[in-house]
Design a protein around this ligand. Structure first.
Ligand code: OGA
Ligand code: NI
Length: 352
């Protein structure tokens, strides 16, 4: 990633401003009322549910503390990620993502057809994960993706799996709180994830960039899945488009907190009550940055559409149903290469 490559250059209107606005007001929510408990008694978590509801409505983003994921586990995966990316490119490419299984190492991801200044390592929560062969809706063939198994750093796969187990528990709890905040049964969303979820974890490494005013670590985008649970290190760089005024604001790193954002699927389920908010990652010329998002996604055959309980005559369905797996495969296809058309977005299913 050494020399100036035009593939990384953002169009002028999407280039980051170097004067950064630190976000005031992205809610920090203390999850201690539910840590180590299930959300069995809704009245004991009423305050929490309200906080989550307004954070989803006003920001689409929030941070959580006292979330129950052991700090030691987070430190282990962060350390393993550093060791993995510190290897030579040749070594890392031995575990490359390819067209048949989009897991493992990858350094040429494009967001909105501009290359991101980053390298990633993707690892599935379920091995194998079942997924449609193509994004063609008439093609019923299903294939399976599997995980790579690098031998270095030691116990890499075990560490990642252990970590996934914990963030997955947190994700289920957050889903319950979100369901309650929408006036639904706490377990309303669970069925979509119990069998064959397509969640995955991504280790992100953003190397120092000699032209941080022209390139982005990840270009502006919305997460297509249900929920994202992100661990960022102390460097900072994540920017969120503030709903109140459409300004890009930076999410200040909070030690040991997780950044949560609702993805497109929750936007559709909630019939736009909660919106999936645009975000991006700025890079800088001095310091490398690491982050670890967990993308919590339903089974490939989950049909995504506004929930009946949340629609009525006054508030009719705003989206046509779509199959999550087809959407995911479409995104993955477009991430492989620079294309001249916009890649798939949830609003393409919007009923005009
Ligand atoms: C992503 C993402 C943010 C970050 O990978 O989808 O938004 O801080 N990452 O790395
Ligand atoms: Ni994202």
């Amino acid at each position: 990633m050494g020399e100036v490559d035009p593939a990384f250059i953002q169009d002028p209107q999407h280039r980051p401003k170097l004067s950064i606005i630190q976000a005031e007001g992205i809610p920090i929510i203390d999850l201690s009322p539910i840590t180590n408990h299930t959300v069995s008694d809704p009245s004991s978590v009423e305050g929490l549910v309200k906080e989550i509801g307004s954070a989803c409505k006003e920001w689409g983003f929030f941070q959580v503390t006292n979330h129950g994921v052991p700090l030691s586990l987070r430190q282990r995966i962060e350390q393993a990620s550093r060791l993995f990316f510190a290897q030579s490119l040749e070594e890392k490419k031995k575990h490359s993502r390819d067209e048949s299984s989009t897991t493992g190492y990858y350094d040429t991801e494009h967001t909105k057809n501009v290359r991101d200044w980053k390298e990633v390592f993707d690892f599935l929560a379920k091995d194998p994960t079942f997924i449609p062969v193509t994004s063609d809706e008439h093609d019923d063939r299903v294939t399976s993706w599997t995980n790579p198994s690098p031998q270095y750093p030691p116990n890499f796969s075990d560490i990642i799996q252990e970590y996934i187990e914990e963030v997955e528990k947190l994700s289920f709890k957050l889903l319950e709180l979100i369901a309650l905040s929408l006036g639904l049964e706490p377990k309303r969303f669970e069925e979509f994830f119990m069998k064959d979820q397509t969640s995955f974890i991504r280790l992100n490494h953003y190397p120092p960039c000699p032209y941080p005013h022209l390139a982005l670590g990840v270009g502006r985008h919305k997460d297509g899945g249900a929920l994202t649970v992100l661990a960022q290190d102390e460097v900072g760089g994540l920017e969120v488009k503030r709903k109140a005024d459409q300004e890009w604001v930076r999410v200040k790193p909070t030690p040991d907190a997780y950044i949560i954002n609702v993805g497109d699927i929750i936007q559709v389920w909630s019939n736009d009550a909660y919106e999936s908010v645009e975000h991006r990652v700025m890079v800088n010329s001095e310091t490398e940055r690491f982050s670890i998002p967990f993308f919590f996604n339903p089974a490939h055959d989950a049909e995504v559409k506004p929930l009946e309980e949340l629609t009525n005559e006054q508030n009719p369905m705003k989206y046509r149903p779509y199959k999550w797996g087809k959407f995911l495969v479409h995104r993955k296809e477009s991430n492989f290469k620079k294309q001249n058309v916009e890649n798939i977005q949830a609003y393409h299913y919007k009923i005009a």
